[in-house]
Every structure is written in C-alpha cells, then in structure tokens.
Design a protein around this ligand. Sequence first.
Ligand code: SF4
Length: 371
Amino acid sequence: MSLLYLHIPYCKRICAYCDFFRSASLATLPAALDAMRSEMERRRDYLGGDPRIRTIYFGGGTPSLCAPQRLQRLIDTASGLWDCSSPEEITVEVNPDDVTDDYVAALRDTAVDRISLGIQSFDDGLLRAMNRRHTAAQAVAAVERLRRAGYDNLSGDLIFGIEGFGGSVLEESLRRMIALGVCHISAYHLTIELGTAFGRRVARGLMHEVDEAVSEREFALVHDMLTAAGYEHYEVSNFALPGCRARHNSAYWTGERYLGIGAGAHSFDGAERRWCTSTVEQYAECDFRYQSELLSDREMYDEYVMTSLRRIEGIDTEYVAERFGRGRAEAMIAAAARWQASGDMIIGRGRMRIPPERFLISDAVIESLFE
Ligand code: SF4
C-alpha cells in the first residue's frame, strides 16, 4: 500500500521561523488545484503494481485556505486513479483562524477524518512574535468547533526552544494543550534558519538561539508533562494517546512508498526520491519539473537507521542483518556500545532503541551510526 501527499504551498502570512517551500501570493492557488489533478493523472503509474492508498494527507503551506469542496475534488480524482476505498486516515492541516462554522460544515461533506491544527503556542505574545495569524482563543475555539462537529481525531502542533518563552510560558501551553484533549501532539524544537525573520533577528543580535541546557530542560518538560498526561512519546517530536498515532507520518518513517503531488512535494517509490522543482507559477500552468536521486544501498541503510532511531521501536537488528548484511549489523551494534554505556541506547531482544526521554540527542546517535 502507498501514501498520497497533497501539498498546498500557499500561506496568507509567512511565519517568522518558516523556511518551507511556500508562497505568500495566493493568485495562482485556484489554478494550482486544477494542476494537481492533472499531475495525479500524469503520474498515475508512479505507485507501481499496488494501487491501494493507505492514507491521504493535505499538507502545506496552509491547506485550510482552500474550500473543503476543492479538497474533496482532489480526493475524488485520486479515487478515480487508485484504490482509495478504505483509507486508514485522511488528514488536513489547518490554521486555527480558518476554522469557522462554515468551514467545518463544509468539511463535514468531505472524506477528511483527521485534522492537524497549527496551534504552536497558547501565549499571544509568542504567537505575535512568530507572526502567526491566530490567537490562543482562536485555537481553543477551533478545537471546540471541530469537536462539536464530531471530529475527535485531532492533532495540535507546538513549538518550544524559543528564547524568552520557555519556563512558565511553555508549561502553560502544554497545560492548555493537554486540557483541550487533542489525541495527538507534535512538539518541535525551534530551528533557526537563515533567510527567515528569526534568522535575520539572530544575525542582527536581536535574538539568540537557546543554549543546550535550556533545550534539554524544555525537552524534558515537554516529555514529562505529556507522558504524565497519558501521551506516548512514540517519535522524537510526536506524542499520542493510545490508538492515536499519526498513521500517515508513521508510514513515512517505516519506509513506505509515497506519491507527493504539488509544487515542492516529494515522492519515494521504494528506490528513488523525486521532488517537484516547479515554482508555484510554473506549477499552476502544469509545467511540472522534477529532480530525482536513486538511493544507493548505503543511503538506504542510513535512511533506515535515521528513521528507526527517531521512533520508540528503534532498529530491528535482524532486519538490518538480512537486508543490509550481517557484517553491517555487527559493526552497527559495536558502534552503538558507547551510547549503551552512557544510557542513551537500549540494546536487547533484537532491537536497538533510544529511550524517549533521551530523544533530544538522537541526531548525534544517528550520525555516529551512519556509514
Ligand atoms: S503557515 Fe506553515 S508553511 Fe505557512 S509560513 Fe507558517 S509555518 Fe510556514
């Protein structure tokens, strides 16, 4: 089975931390949605012999800028090309201030059954600093509105690791997120990227990256509060109540094939990674351009190590031996010994994994195991 990702790279306003591929001009959005249907038709064979779609995900950008009817038309097009008869999950990312009564009523007429809300914080000062469009009150109202309409499969995003907004501000955001009862939470540590508003502030000395001790403290606060509230810390940045893991993203992390549609979207057919390089203007004119790379055996191994160690299940050492060779598996276990000694790795029962409370250092562990 495969995953279908539909990328809507448009935003009304650019967030201060964001370096994603997206456009703040909405002029080409209607044409881009038509072009996405054309791209699906042109790439109908990309998923090979098994046309069953396991999950559909509308990401961005801001998919909630599109009328739900337009999203359903994309789902209908997909259903005409592949077997979308029993998807496990159809998610749409929304900005809280787009979630009006009319929007929710229209969404009820679509097949979307999971909503991911870009909440980020419940502190209005921080939301303003991040140049978000919504307020904390709008985020609460959006969740309540969706719940009243019958949506229980809700996810909320939070950002931490922002100078001046840790401690009690972060604690209050976590407390309010837990109180809202969303069944899935993605909590990301801020990365300051060049070319963003935050990146420019840092370059001018007006803002600083938090130091390692602060990162560790805030990560521990996020982990401790959410796990104490019953959320499983199942991936570096993801927490779920029982039965509520994100199926679409989880499938990415286990190496399933996916087809990405839209300007800037990435695809993977099991061997080759391909991404659309068209500008939004080119894309809207159905001028689809791509780049691709064939993954070598070494890159496949590195990818497996990276995605596995970011998850609570970790690495299946017998799978590594069978898929990548026994010598590689033995070298990997030997290289992991120092992390085991420091308590950053648990090895046993055919698995190597990082304890969730140590996920913050997963990048260092992963890099040390790359070939
Ligand atoms: S809404 Fe999302 S994609 Fe758009 S600017 Fe903000 S973070 Fe970036």
